[in-house]
Design a binder for this molecule. Structure first.
Ligand code: SF4
Ligand code: SF4
Length: 371
């Protein structure tokens, strides 16, 4: 594989600064002394060109109260509260522009066409190798060939194997086709962080460890994560996870370090069937729509897209899929909704309740004083 220096030998902070590899907690280019940035545990994420990426309000608040992370989840200004700072539902706005990048490149993402996945797991291996992810306790699970089970802190790609008592579309078994045909099929699909347009994980992060990149992706800076775990229940897909014995959260970075030097993510590079396609999100959406038409014409009527719609509950995903069955079959939520959607309304109601209570108490004291 050609490309930039892997994280195991480079900065390790998910960037291309060329600094030394991290040593235990911290040590990436956000930590004092590493990467030549001396004490860059700052509000923002420094890129190879020296610019600092913006943080959401959550990060600013969190940083203001320090890494002790006493900042309440609710104190974070959410995407919706920022007036669609990450684009707003269905606004079509690039989330990088919505996060403050003045001249961002096109939004990049993944289109995973599960109809051509052969379950080789090259993507899982490439991801682990490039990102120096530790072994995940792989064992025999009794779940077909799936020994990864799901996404986690140490599995940033997960190839699901789903066995079904259904023939492949168009398959002829015993001279019979259609609903009466006997047969079985495997659905294989490589799952990953969705890099949501409205990313709840990013909304609730009190330290600014999670941030939006100029490519529109969502990345964790492991040297700033304090392990509070707020983002874990916030993710509507159950993607982000804390590492045992470490406490910090880890997930797919869409190979931010490779993108910064013009390389595609390791999984897309390794996939032998182009099941994982990487590119500008607009182009991928067009390509995916054509692929669905092609499959429908070929008789694969169950082909459908998942996560491609900017009008859905997370404003559309930066990593979307072509599926051959219902999302639930793949362990995906059918109607994901950004979990911070109702926070602004809840805080307004809380404020109204607090003011009402204060007014009632004041009135009671006033009456008592008047007797
Ligand atoms: S899928 Fe979860 S971890 Fe990934 S960006 Fe969306 S909310 Fe964050
Ligand atoms: S590398 Fe491609 S074909 Fe192989 S398991 Fe991953 S997505 Fe499927």
């Amino acid at each position: 594989m050609t490309g930039p220096t892997p994280r195991s030998g480079g900065c390790g902070g998910g960037c291309a600064c060329g600094g030394p590899a991290p040593q235990g907690a911290g040590g990436g280019c956000g930590s004092a002394g590493a990467g030549g940035d001396g004490g860059l545990l700052s509000i923002g994420r420094r890129h190879a060109d020296g610019t600092v990426g913006p943080l959401g309000m959550a990060g600013v608040l969190g940083a203001a109260v320090g890494a002790g992370a006493t900042a309440a989840v609710g104190s974070a200004a959410t995407t919706a509260e920022r007036g669609g700072g990450d684009g707003g539902f269905g606004s079509g706005q690039d989330p990088a522009a919505g996060s403050g990048y003045r001249s961002a490149p096109p939004r990049m993402g993944f289109f995973t066409d599960t109809s051509v996945c052969i379950g080789c797991k090259a993507c899982e291996v490439a991801c682990k190798e490039w990102n120096a992810i530790p072994e995940d306790g792989l064992t025999f699970t009794g779940m077909s060939y799936d020994n990864t089970i799901g996404l986690g802190a140490d599995s940033w790609r997960h190839v699901a194997f789903i066995e079904q008592d259904k023939p492949l579309a168009g398959q002829v078994t015993g001279g019979v086709t259609g609903e009466d045909a006997q047969g079985m099929r495997w659905l294989m699909a490589s799952d990953v962080c969705k890099h949501c347009t409205e990313a709840a994980c990013l909304d609730v992060c009190p330290t600014g460890s999670l941030f939006r990149t100029e490519f529109g992706t969502v990345v964790v800076q492991e040297d700033i994560c304090n392990g509070c775990g707020y983002c874990v229940p916030a993710c509507p897909y159950g993607v982000i996870d804390q590492r045992h014995g470490d406490g910090r959260v880890w997930k797919c970075t869409l190979c931010y370090d490779r993108l910064e030097v013009g390389q595609q993510p390791a999984c897309a590079k390794a996939c032998p069937t182009d099941s994982i396609q990487f590119g500008p999100l607009d182009e991928l959406r067009e390509r995916a729509a054509l692929r669905v038409d092609q499959l429908h014409e070929a008789g694969v009527t169950e082909a459908r897209l998942y996560g491609h719609d900017p009008q859905d509950g997370v404003g559309g995903d930066g990593a979307f899929f072509l599926l051959l069955d219902e999302p639930e079959v793949y362990g995906l939520p059918p109607d994901p909704v950004v979990t911070t959607r109702d926070l602004p309304r809840m805080w307004k109601l809380t404020a109204v309740a607090a003011v009402s209570l204060a007014a009632s108490v004041a009135a009671a004291f006033a009456r008592r004083a008047g007797r």
